[in-house]
Write a protein that binds this ligand. Sequence first.
Ligand code: C2E
Ligand code: CA
Ligand code: CA
Length: 331
Amino acid sequence: QQVVDLAAEPFHLDGHEISIGASAGISICKPGCGCTDVDQILREADLALYNVKAEGRGSYQYFKESMNVRLLERKGLESDLRRAIHEDEFRVFYQPQVDAASRKLVGVEALVRWEHPKRGLVGPAEFIDVAEETGFIREIGQFVLETACSDLASWNDIKLAVNLSPVQFRKQGITKIISDTLAATQFDPQRLELEITESVLLMEDAETDAILVSLKNMGISIAMDDFGTGYSSLSYLRKFPFDKLKIDRNFIADMGHDADSNAIVQAVIRLAKSLGMRLNAEGVETHLQADILHLEGCDELQGYFFGKPMPLADLKEWANKPREEKAISAC
Ligand code: C2E
Ligand code: CA
Ligand code: CA
């Protein structure tokens, strides 16, 4: 604990206050236990460290046997994912995004699903982390981009939002990969919106800026996803002209019964407006939330109230329904 505390103390560098943290995993070899496998002890300490990081970092843990069980599960998921890529088990679902005033469909967000042969439809929350750690997200993300562009190439009047993981972003030649995909699917770059999270900008360097600028120069829009969570450093809003901010759905969920969330939502709407960025509110589940957000000046709404993420065939049906039925069917 002392080591962790010491490492967490801020220090000064070039006139800036810098804070770094430390996490520690500990494995103890008891005297006389006869254990000679140094690699084993290191592996155990590493596992304990992995657990600290998974639980939020800046702390320490001792190795426990149960951590081995979790490692095995993770390894299982890893090989299952490898197989799934091979067997084409991923599917792309689409969630409608509507104009807050007219409630007309203005875009869709592509969201990946895993059609597991035994477990059925598995949501991304269960595998995105491991896919990012193993790098599989590059293949999965590319599959989502290709599929979504070709599925929606002929839907000329709406935008397509695709999530871009920081791991994909860091891949060499990412702009070329994206422009090749657009060309191959004959998808108009002006209709593509890439959603990135703050973690992409944490690698703040000249290369990150250059990639964002070249994507923008291709005509692609860039949206900041999950706005208000994470590190929430506002300085990047000044550096890069995002086309859209997507306020995190936790703030929307708490609207109405948490004054602080209301205040944050209002402030973010004003912030987006004064920076000339569009604002999308995610996770809209009720009529009331939709109305308040519209009155407050939010541009775009997305959430179960309008439609859950759905396969392409259902989206086509949804798009043809009259406006009133859309909201009712989602309740
Ligand atoms: P996200 O990008 O923030 O996507 C929105 C998530 O909120 C989706 O969860 C969506 O189903 C859910 N959602 C939308 N409206 C509502 C609502 O009214 N109420 C509630 N409770 N939830 C709502 P999903 O599909 O499970 O995706 C979870 C996350 O996984 C996404 O969060 C995104 O970070 C990641 N993800 C999904 N697809 C991809 C992908 O193709 N590539 C990458 N890199 N990440 C993806
Ligand atoms: Ca998103
Ligand atoms: Ca989001």
